[in-house]
Design a protein around this ligand. Structure first.
Ligand SMILES: *[C@@H]1O[C@H](CO)[C@@H](O)[C@H](O)[C@H]1NC(C)=O
Length: 334
């Protein structure tokens, strides 16, 4: 019996408590719709007045229904507010921050106890994740979400990740390379009235394949160097006669070693030029190796004209100085 009484007391206490709390506390985002409906609405209602007490404490009529007539005196509620005379329900669409406040309803000119608290908040923006690379560690990055609202981090497995606060605002998570390029991360903002989730950030975009990019860079540099060298060579070949001659000579020596002999001998008898004679002398004494040298240093003797030009130039200077050489000439020739 005592127990039953005690139980009854507890039930009463609970009922009273919930009754006292009676009311609603609603958070909405700008542009949303809110609906409030009184718990007590006993028929034979002849008038309804919904009132708003805004955050500054000012009370205004939101909407009034009186014997079939609807009045919306305050422009703040015009065109967006409706009331259902059978239930007392109020609808406010296209909410703005200024609609925040405490709403009460008068039924038959009697204010009801129930309180409806509305908080209209700006819609959260769609967040954007910023990647912050770490200099010394290419397998780890920071993902930052720089907003003041509550931030929820998730990965592609649907797990919630714990971020750490960053200044001036927001949170950061540390992401390690998992090896799966399809792994992704999102950041969600929640201000209680609206939620927005960022585009996912995929692992494949977080960690550069170093070997790939590194080798790509090296290949690029090598190609560039080759192109530059090729250009220099072509330029030299076109502009620098000596270089051209050397190249041609080199090509000859690589292309046909058999031509060397005949050409050298062919030039020698014709010319009395000292340089050629000198070559001839050395060539005669030391044979093949020196022949090559001679060919490289002087004109390749491929074109007889070139050789003759050389002769003309050098002849007068050296003729007397190299008489001894002349003696050796026949040797080489032979
Ligand atoms: C209020 O909105 C609800 C839900 O959209 C709708 O069913 C109801 O008819 C609306 N009431 C009025 C009076 O427009």
């Amino acid at each position: 019996m005592v127990l039953l009484r005690y139980l009854w007391t507890v039930i009463c206490a609970v009922l009273i408590t919930t009754g006292a709390v009676s009311g609603e506390d609603v958070k909405k985002a700008v542009g949303d719709t809110v609906i409030f409906r009184p718990d007590k609405f006993i028929p034979l209602v002849t008038s309804i007045i919904w009132k708003q007490k805004n955050t500054a404490g000012t009370v205004v009529k939101a909407i009034e229904w009186d014997e079939g007539e609807i009045l919306i005196p305050n422009p703040r509620f015009r065109d967006i507010t409706k009331v259902d005379e059978k239930t007392g329900q109020i609808n406010i669409t296209n909410l703005k921050v200024e609609h925040s406040g405490v709403y009460t309803i008068d039924i038959n000119s009697k204010e009801q106890e129930q309180r409806f608290t509305l908080t209209v908040m700006e819609r959260v923006p769609k967040p954007e994740i910023k990647t912050q690379k770490i200099k010394d560690n290419t397998d780890v990055v920071y993902l930052n979400c720089e907003y003041s609202e509550t931030i929820i981090w998730k990965n592609s497995a649907g797990e919630t990740l714990t971020g750490s606060p960053i200044t001036p605002k927001g949170e950061s998570i540390t992401v390690k390379k998992t090896g799966n390029p399809e792994t992704f991360y999102t950041c969600t903002l929640d201000n209680g009235a609206s939620k927005e989730t960022s585009d996912p950030v995929y692992e494949r975009d977080l960690f550069e394949d170093e070997s790939k990019s590194g080798s790509g860079l090296i290949v690029g540099i090598v190609i560039l160097i080759i192109i530059i060298i090729a250009c220099i060579l072509i330029f030299l070949y076109i502009r620098n006669e000596k270089f051209k001659e050397r190249v041609n000579g080199c090509c000859t020596c690589f292309g046909g070693p058999k031509d060397k002999g005949p050409k050298l001998t062919g030039v020698k008898p014709n010319s009395e030029s000292e340089p050629l004679n000198e070559n001839a002398k050395v060539g005669g004494q030391q044979e093949a190796n020196n022949v090559k040298e001679g060919e490289l240093e002087n004109t390749p003797a491929e074109t007889a004209d070139d050789a003759e030009l050389e002769e003309v130039k050098t002849n007068p200077e050296n003729e007397n100085l190299n008489k001894d050489d002349k003696i050796s000439e026949p040797k080489a020739a032979a």
